[in-house]
Write a protein that binds this ligand. Structure first.
Ligand SMILES: [Zn+2]
Length: 442
């Protein structure tokens, strides 16, 4: 993917954000959370040409700011890395909050009809704009996105994201069976379309392509094999799919692929499991499947609002992150089965999912999943996910006093960990005061 040329002399005017800074420098599932969290109570971030040029204490940096630096001071705010949504369907934006069904029925009754409308490029462009507006309103600066099976839906989203200089990864949904007319493609056609889109968009601005078979149930073995062939030709792109979301779905996949040892093995056999492959859900993965994700570097997106909404079950985040075989995990909103674009709200629901598994997800671990953990799941930790010199300047300015209740509660927080926990439990888009993308206010 293209990144700004770091060896070139700086050209643009420097922008400085001053305020409390919070980010992760290590994985708190594997190290002491107090060591993993960085908190600078009065800090500064110097941004120039889309990158973070310097970060540290305001007292240290203020005398060394570059000429012409424009400083914005946020005395009551908390500045974090931009949030990362590791799994979301932009083509389901308009059918969020659809009543009354579980996964397979929900797909047929709600998701597929909404996606059929994306044959129309004007509709796709309209929804792409609404979708990117929602990402920004919620402080999400990077997302891994499902489009529909229509190439024009991918064109529309990439064009919108490029105009905003967002680091966004997306792909055409591949589905050649068990889908209605107007959405079903063919194995060869989906390979050809995906390859053309990949060649046209991957690496433009901060965009990346993901080879995107919807899930094993809606792809033939031939289509999965061609998806794997495309990935072996272009291993620099991502793979994005779904896995082990719902028990009825898992039983169905077993029937469709009796020769495979399990759900992950269907993708593994097709050459679709490895670094930069990300599978949404994994609610019911086996021990062997967690081990296989660990050894290959494949990542999982934890989508708690969706799992609750569809009654799919609770992802076992502490099991996935077990220190003897940790798996990369990020958070996903999974709009439109998910119920909020807010990664803060998703962190709060991840806490509740963990509670139902009799484990407690503290705010440091949740913030990790939302930022650095997501970046690692996507193989992008050298660019995003932390407030670090050299990283891309994607930042969120949070207002802990955004509502009367938040003000009342956060004034009583006695530590940064408690403040973060209150924000993830009570916070949502109202807390996001500003979103900065590539060093500019979005
Ligand atoms: Zn999904």
């Amino acid at each position: 993917m293209a990144v700004p040329d770091r060896s070139a002399p700086p050209k643009g005017p420097p922008r400085v954000l001053r305020g409390a800074l919070v980010w992760l420098r290590a994985d708190p599932f594997l190290t002491d959370p107090a060591e993993a969290l960085v908190h600078v109570p009065d800090g500064a971030v110097v941004c120039r040409d889309g990158l973070i040029e310097a970060v540290g204490d305001w007292a240290d940096l203020k005398g060394r700011l570059p000429d012409g630096a424009a400083v914005t001071h946020y005395p009551d705010a908390l500045i974090t890395p931009g949030f990362i949504d590791c799994h979301v369907h932009y083509v389901q934006t308009e059918m969020i909050a659809a009543f009354g069904s579980q996964l397979l029925d929900w797909l047929e009754r709600h998701a597929f009809p909404a996606e059929q409308a994306f044959a129309d490029p004007a509709h796709a462009a309209m929804v792409a704009k609404v979708f990117c507006d929602e990402l920004v309103r919620n402080g999400t600066t990077t997302a891994l996105v499902f489009c529909s099976s229509h190439p024009q839906s991918v064109e529309a989203l990439f064009a919108e994201a490029l105009s905003r200089d967002m680091r966004l990864i997306a792909g055409k949904t591949m589905m050649d069976r068990n889908a209605p007319d107007g959405l079903r493609d063919t194995a060869q056609g989906s390979y050809d379309d995906s390859k053309a889109l990949l060649e046209r968009w991957h690496g433009r601005g901060r965009l990346g392509y993901a080879i995107t078979p919807r899930f094993a149930g809606s792809s033939t073995p031939e289509q999965l094999a061609l998806a794997g062939a495309l990935w072996s030709e272009r291993p620099d792109v991502h793979v994005h799919s779904h896995i082990s979301e719902n028990l009825e779905e898992i039983a169905w996949i077993k029937n469709l692929y009796p020769e495979r040892s399990g759900y992950l093995d269907v993708y593994d056999h097709a050459g679709l499991v490895g670094p930069r492959a990300l599978f949404a859900h994994g609610v019911h993965l086996s021990e062997g499947e967690f081990c296989r994700c660990h050894e290959t570097g494949a990542a999982l997106a934890h989508c708690p609002t969706s799992n609750m909404f569809l009654g799919s079950g609770q992802f076992r985040v502490f099991d996935a992150k077990r220190s003897d075989r940790p798996v990369h995990v990020g958070l996903g909103t999974d709009i439109g089965a998910g119920t909020s674009f807010s990664i803060l709200a998703t962190m709060g629901e991840a806490y509740k999912a963990a509670q139902l598994n009799k484990t407690s997800l503290d705010a440091v671990k949740a913030l990790y999943l939302a930022t650095l953990g997501g970046a690692r799941a996507l193989g992008l930790e050298d660019r995003i996910g932390a407030i670090k010199a050299g990283n891309e300047a994607d930042l969120v300015v949070l207002d802990p006093k955004a509502t009367p209740l938040l003000k009342f509660r956060t004034e009583r927080a006695r530590s940064i960990e408690e403040l973060l926990f209150v924000l993830m439990t009570l916070g949502d888009d109202r807390v996001v005061r500003e979103t900065w993308i590539a060093g500019a206010k979005a």
